[in-house]
Design a protein around this ligand. Structure first.
Ligand code: ZN
Length: 296
């Protein structure tokens, strides 16, 4: 063997040893971090314990995915359910983004999303492409006690990068809310990982309508183009006004996506089964009449 060939063999051996140790290290790292499936399964178990009307096994059967985590390392989980098969010539199905639990102490806003998951394959609902986020603020829900704000004490619904954020968000908080810790908009727009994740969900999914669920003001609010909804079940339209950094302001006024804010009547007690259904039926009727694809 020439000296050159010997060196080459030496190098190859060294390389394979290094490669091996790299593989071992990666395998080691993976054993430390639970798989996405395990994390979703644990997330469902935690939800089942925290929310009376959510069943952990039912949650696990839905096929939730999570590729990002909250500040407190909890899964930011979502579900993507494409529309029932349409012909190749039919227009693309309208896209609906549902967001619950942006405020972690509004428990019904999370539970009702799980109820609706049972209905998204029925009737006219199956014609839509659904993207469902039942719990946008997991750290808030799993805080003890649950908090409106996220794991860093920021109100995610005041943290979206609306054009008026720099000029107004902090001033509004200081002067109008007297620094209410429940309404802290953060040090800057999009300072929170959960806000940035929601923004990314919106920009990738490109919803034609966003349904954002809260409690307990017992009303409907609306921002954006399209005809405003007047009534979903017992909830009727009562516009609350626009806040710097809110999702309605960001999605509805800035991004021109219709944003319906549903304020359930109680944060802790679910509406009756009949009221849940009436809300859902009216929502689908309104969407059928008023929601058009925003992007061809
Ligand atoms: Zn809320």
């Amino acid at each position: 063997m020439t000296l050159f060939a010997a060196r080459l063999r030496h190098l190859a051996l060294l390389g394979s040893l290094l490669g091996l140790s790299l593989t071992l290290n990666l395998a080691h790292a993976e054993t430390q971090r639970p798989s996405p499936e395990t994390r979703i399964s644990a997330w469902c178990a935690d939800l089942g314990k925290r929310l009376r009307s959510v069943n952990a096994d039912h949650c696990r059967q839905q096929g939730f995915l999570a590729d990002q985590s909250s500040h407190g390392d909890r899964p930011l989980a979502y579900l993507d359910r494409a529309a029932a098969k349409a012909g190749s010539k039919s227009p693309r199905p309208n896209r609906v983004l549902i967001i619950g639990g942006i405020h972690g102490d509004e428990l019904t806003s999370i539970s009702i999303v799980f109820r609706w998951l049972d209905w998204i394959d029925e009737g006219s609902a199956k014609n839509y492409h659904w993207h469902v986020i039942p719990l946008a603020n997991p750290d808030g829900l799993f805080n003890r006690p649950s908090t409106r704000t996220n794991g860093r004490g920021v109100d995610l619904n005041r943290n979206f990068p609306t054009p008026d954020w720099s000029a107004n968000a902090q001033t509004y908080w200081v002067e109008r809310t007297r620094r209410d810790p429940r309404r802290n908009p953060g040090q800057e727009a999009s300072s929170e990982v959960e806000t940035r994740w929601l923004q990314a969900q919106i920009s990738h999914f490109k919803p034609d309508v966003i349904i954002s669920i809260h409690a307990p003001y017992n009303l409907l609010d609306y921002d954006g183009p399209a005809t405003q909804p007047l009534r979903f079940g017992r909830l009727s339209l009562n516009r609350l006004g626009v806040y710097p950094g809110s999702l309605g302001n960001y999605g509805g006024l800035h991004k021109k996506i219709p944003v319906v804010t549903i304020e359930l009547p109680s944060a802790g007690t679910m509406p009756s089964a009949r009221d849940q259904r009436a809300m859902w039926v009216d929502m689908l009727k309104w969407m059928g009449r008023n929601i058009k694809p925003l992007e061809k």
